[in-house]
Design a protein around this ligand. Structure first.
Ligand SMILES: Cc1ncc(COP(=O)(O)O)c(C=O)c1O
Length: 419
């Protein structure tokens, strides 16, 4: 283990001693074989940290990821401590913990702590941007049909009240190239465009948008670029400084493998004054620094902050670059194997620069609901599906708690359905 990782372990917060699962995991990692993406021995050590049912093949990271035992144990420890002594005095420690969490998220995303708000999920983070920007009748928002409802319908609901225009662009599935995605948006921009709202990795067809190039389109024209990162945060090594978007949203219960009902919102420091808070309650003031003014909701679930911090620690202990490499290896391997089945109609691009962890496909001649039900009932494979539109199909999304052998079993189950 290198010295930065060793120092990092020392920085993990504890009430008294670290839970046994943390010390066991960190010392096992120290003795572990090389962590490259293809080393099943290394990744089986990681897999063992997750209390997943052994009879289940869980391939639905794009929806909810399990949290690892070290994260759950630390969460439980702080929850018990909170409930055993909810006094202001015992809760005072959370002010410091919240700021430390903000710094760790900022470091993970290569932005400053002041630019991070801790919210309740991606939907809420998207909504803060949708509701918080000044827009008037005649203004235009450019969206697309790969955006989640919270980054498309939400704009339209507000537009109905205020008379601005939302252009939802139809994206080709699978898309021909990165240039096609960039030029489609560029063509939709007019002098009235105030916002470009996109998704980093779509949960529908799984395509990865060229976020940096699209952010650049916006920056040159003073247009706000909002990036929904629900399917990239924690799964990809995201560098927001490099991407250069104005805002980025995510949940902690997806690829970060953290607790439910927590999320983050990044707003670029030069831009934060332009966002009106959606909720104002006791504790809010004009003097609050940076994105913190967007997270004043009244009493919060403080121990959950420690669960989010633990999830960031868990990811950092392994290395987010290694997590991305392993996740991409598993999804690439699955796409390659599926491509050998003649009746598979792949919706997700295979190029790494146009895809990440989400895999979507249909099996020609097999009704979708039957495929979905059979995979669950016969093989205990947990996935998701989209029932209509261009992105219709079965959705598989593997993560670091999956093994290559599970992918083989899932592909064999799909092949049995297809024949
Ligand atoms: C791209 C995208 N945005 C937003 C969301 C909403 O996430 P949450 O339900 O955690 O708010 C999802 C959920 O799957 C998503 O895939």
């Amino acid at each position: 283990m290198d010295s930065s990782r060793r120092n990092f372990i020392r920085s993990i917060p504890a009430l008294a001693a670290l839970p046994a699962s943390w010390t066991a995991f960190s010392s096992a990692l120290r003795a572990a074989p090389a962590p490259d993406a293809n080393n099943e021995a290394y990744w089986s050590l990681v897999k063992r940290q997750f209390p997943l049912d052994e009879n289940l093949i869980y391939l639905n990271a794009a929806n909810v990821c399990p949290a690892s035992r070290p994260v759950l144990d630390r969460y439980a420890e702080f929850l018990r401590d909170f409930q055993s002594n909810p006094s202001f005095q015992n809760r005072a420690k959370y002010d410091g913990l919240r700021e430390r969490l903000r710094s760790k998220i900022g470091a993970l995303l290569r932005v400053s702590a002041d630019e991070i708000a801790i919210t309740r999920n991606t939907s809420e983070s998207n909504s803060i941007i949708v509701q918080g920007l000044d827009l008037k009748a005649g203004d235009e928002v450019v969206s697309n049909d790969q955006n989640h409802a919270s980054n498309d319908d939400s704009w339209k609901v507000r537009a109905r009240r205020e008379g601005f225009v939302v252009k939802t662009l139809p994206v080709r599935v699978p898309v021909a190239s990165r240039d096609e995605l960039i030029s489609q948006i560029e063509r939709a921009i007019t002098p009235r465009t105030k916002v470009i709202a996109i998704t980093h990795v779509s949960s529908f067809a799984g395509m990865m948008f060229p976020a940096r190039e699209i952010a650049e389109l916006g920056r040159r024209r003073g247009i706000w670029v909002h990036l929904d990162g629900a399917q990239s945060f924690g799964g990809l090594d995201v560098n927001l400084k490099d991407i250069g978007c104005d805002s980025y949203s995510a949940s902690t219960h997806k690829w970060l493998m953290g607790p439910l009902e927590a999320g983050i919102l990044f707003v670029r420091s030069e831009r934060v004054a332009q966002v009106w808070p959606s909720v104002v309650t006791v504790g809010w003031s004009d003097q609050i620094r940076g994105a913190r003014k967007l997270e004043v909701y009244g009493q919060r679930d403080d121990p959950r902050l420690v669960a989010v911090e633990s999830a960031v620690d868990f990811l950092t202990l392994i290395g987010v670059d290694r997590v991305e490499a392993r996740m991409r290896m598993l999804s690439g391997y699955m796409k390659d194997r599926l491509a050998q089945i003649p009746s598979i109609r792949m919706k997700t691009n295979r190029e790494p620069e146009l895809s990440a962890g989400v895999i979507k496909f249909e099996i020609a001649g097999v009704p979708l609901q039957r495929a979905y039900d059979t995979l669950w009932e016969r093989n205990r494979i947990a996935i998701a599906m989209t029932t209509a539109g261009d992105s219709k199909g079965l959705r598989f999304s593997p993560h670091i708690y999956n093994s290559r052998e599970e992918i083989d079993r899932a592909v064999a189950a799909v092949k049995a359905l297809a024949s």
